[in-house]
Design a protein around this ligand. Structure first.
Ligand SMILES: O=P(O)(O)OP(=O)(O)OP(=O)(O)OC[C@H]1O[C@@H](n2cnc3c(O)ncnc32)[C@H](O)[C@@H]1O
Length: 183
């Protein structure tokens, strides 16, 4: 039996929900590799609570770049950033995923989005982070590291780690789908 090739993927976050999401996604798309996934601190360079798609994407990209600088031998460096998306007068929340390969090729994806209520949005506009708001409303601690607001709002049908899997699988598609679509 031939040994599986080792694949080191480093994520720019120590949030257990994000790390779980990366592990579960990669187990599906990188089946022929022996996977090593680690989470490290990486600055987003944007506000703790990003308020536009552009800012959220930038945060994910900055984190991935920081990881690549810290771990140049990693096969893939990743950034995942949660933030608010505004379309007209509608406010949604989702996660952006950026993957950088060792040679700097970039893949991008996003999770599904959910509607932010005016009640939550008002509190965000007063300067409170979404994570703290949902902790207060649910009476739970550190929701953002577990099921997330996504889990609370869907009665755990779509938890934060599950939702982020979509973005991760899309972001990696450049690296495992047929190259005819990319080059
Ligand atoms: O440790 P890091 O990787 O920074 O993880 P984080 O949970 O703080 O996540 P982000 O920086 O990506 O998200 C930006 C903010 O949005 C909040 N957030 C995003 N998604 C959330 C979710 O599903 N549940 C609760 N809070 C969430 C959280 O308060 C963050 O401060």
């Amino acid at each position: 039996m031939t040994e599986k090739k080792h694949l080191l993927v480093v994520l720019g976050s120590t949030n257990p929900s994000k790390i779980l999401s990366v592990k579960n996604s990669l187990e599906k798309i990188m089946k022929n590799y022996s996977l090593e996934v680690i989470g490290v601190k990486a600055p987003s360079g944007v506000r703790d609570q990003p308020m536009s798609d552009e800012e959220t994407l930038k945060g994910a990209e900055n984190r991935a770049k920081s990881v690549l600088a810290q771990y140049p031998h990693a096969d893939f460096a990743m950034g995942i950033e949660g933030g608010i998306s505004k379309i007209g007068d509608v406010f949604l929340e989702n996660g952006f995923v950026v993957v950088l390969s060792k040679n700097g090729e970039k893949g991008i994806g996003t999770s599904g989005s959910y509607q932010l209520s005016s009640k939550i949005l008002n509190k965000i506009n007063e300067g409170t982070e979404l994570g703290d708001i949902v902790d207060e409303l649910s009476g739970e601690e550190s929701v953002k590291t577990k099921q997330g607001a996504m889990g609370l709002l869907t009665k755990n049908l779509i938890t934060r780690d599950k939702a982020y899997e979509t973005g991760i699988i899309f972001a990696f598609s450049k690296f495992y789908s047929d190259s005819v679509y990319w080059h």
